[in-house]
Write a protein of this length. Structure first.
Length: 279
């Protein structure tokens, strides 16, 4: 995909990366099929760009609605070059603190919602001879902080799904990229959902993380506009990278985690080899 009149399908466009992508793509002449839960959030862009902005309301936890909206977007717009799975949010709370309903909604939104968007798009992408999918993950898809266990579960989970599906659909000229931003100047922090605190965790790492979020103490170095441009540029790269790390914090933290993980694996090499049948 190298032309300047491509068509994109993006979830979660009312704010954050979704909004930034939509603005930049429309400004450069592309068409955007934008989904969001608050229909009027893009009224200003609709007034400016008219038919180049296609809008539909969508809650990605509603699988039937996901399929209906994706099918309608392809039917009405024809070819869609890039699908961006962006809708999601964060849940703060120790594993013991979060409620059953909070667990379900976090997984339904970030993991199952993303899976179902991909599943809905694949038949259309196959039929048109290929396309790109950008899946918003996070630095938190490769590392983990206390009090964010369910968020990490959703991101580590979607990374595994994308790793497998990317191999399945490569013969159809469909490529998937996991986008891994770090802390960014978006409204992610204000959209966080917090579990009721349990006093037992006040003096633990989970309590420290909770207080840091509440006090807005996390350093935010990422520029959402620059990251959106990097995603747009990535969609034109061939071959498509499996991962796109965005932000110096992502690079530093993920690299350290991978080096540590590899060292721990190498330290267990003798055990691993000794447990083969017949070893």
């Amino acid at each position: 995909m190298t032309n300047s009149s491509a068509t994109w399908f993006i979830t979660g466009t009312s704010s954050g990366f979704g909004r930034a992508l939509t603005e930049q793509l429309l400004a450069r002449g592309d068409r955007v099929a934008a989904t969001l839960r608050k229909l009027n959030a893009l009224d200003d862009l609709k007034a400016q760009y008219g038919d180049r902005l296609w809008i539909a309301t969508l809650d990605v936890t509603d699988t039937a609605a996901v399929r209906g909206v994706v099918d309608r977007a392809f039917a009405e717009l024809g070819r869609i070059d890039v699908v961006v799975n962006n809708a999601g949010y964060g849940l703060v709370g120790a594993g013991e603190e979060v409620s059953d309903d909070q667990i379900r909604h976090q997984i339904d939104t970030n993991l199952i919602g993303s899976i179902q968007v991909i599943r809905a798009a694949l038949p259309h992408l196959r039929a048109q001879g290929g396309g790109r999918i950008l899946q918003l993950s996070s630095a938190g898809g490769q590392i983990a902080f206390p009090a964010l266990g369910l968020y990490h579960a959703s991101k580590w989970g979607i990374e595994g799904f994308v790793e497998a599906v990317a191999q399945e659909v490569a013969p159809f000229n469909i490529a998937l990229t996991l986008v891994e931003p770090g802390a960014t100047q978006t409204d992610f922090g204000s959209s966080l959902v917090a579990a009721p605190p349990t006093p037992a965790y006040d003096a633990t790492p989970a309590g420290e993380i909770r207080r840091a979020f509440a006090a807005n103490m996390f350093p935010v170095v990422g520029d959402a506009s620059k990251m959106a441009q990097a995603m747009i540029d990535c969609a034109a790269r061939s071959p498509a990278p499996r991962r796109l790390a965005l932000g110096s914090d992502t690079y530093t933290m993920v690299r350290a985690a991978l080096v540590e993980r590899l060292a721990a694996l190498d330290a267990q090499k003798d055990i691993a080899l000794a447990t083969d049948a017949g070893a």
